[in-house]
Design a binder for this molecule. Structure first.
Ligand SMILES: [Zn+2]
Length: 173
């Protein structure tokens, strides 16, 4: 296992924690001097906050740890899914030097490369995608297919209840 895969596995473990809590399983870790210094996972459903992404949590925690919005030189961010523009922006703001992500976002739905190369904050973040890609995308695919399956089962279940047995709550479906 490569060094990159090792740290991506740590991010995957965070994603699995989110999965247990019913969240879309995305995990992230910040690494400094070959050690994981902070972890985060998507908690959007629980918090109902648009910013509760795995990367934001991991970056915020790392900043608190170093008592600095500017992370020390050499900090790396590992995330299981290609970051959205908000998280990529946070990584640039925190001066993350290297970003590794696992699964690729659907084409055109992320601006990772564009933002990394824009030199917006006079800071370049090196980006590498596809680290432990198979595992990172499998956990997401499984999550979404089980969601669809559950939604379908629920629909079937409702269809099989005779009309007059729906009761008071029946009209809400
Ligand atoms: Zn994000």
């Amino acid at each position: 296992m490569t060094r990159e895969e090792k740290f991506m596995r740590a991010a995957l473990r965070c994603a699995k924690k989110g999965l247990k809590e019913g969240e879309v399983p995305i995990g992230a870790v910040v690494v400094y001097e070959d050690k994981v210094v902070s972890r985060g996972y998507n908690r959007r459903a629980k918090t109902q906050l648009a910013s509760a992404h795995a990367e934001m949590m991991a970056i915020d925690k790392a900043c608190r740890k170093f008592s600095s919005w500017r992370l020390p030189e050499g900090c790396e961010l590992y995330v299981t899914l290609e970051p959205c523009p908000m998280c990529m922006g946070a990584a640039l703001n925190a001066r993350v030097d290297k970003l590794y992500f696992g699964a690729y976002e659907q084409k055109g739905r992320s601006l990772t490369k564009e933002l990394a190369e824009a030199n917006l904050l006079n800071h370049k973040t090196e980006v590498k995608g596809g680290v432990a890609e198979a595992e990172c995308s499998a956990i997401l695919t499984e999550f979404f297919s089980s969601m669809r399956k559950r939604a379908k089962e629920e629909k079937e279940r409702r269809k099989n209840i005779p009309e007059n047995n729906l009761g008071e709550s029946g009209g809400n479906g």
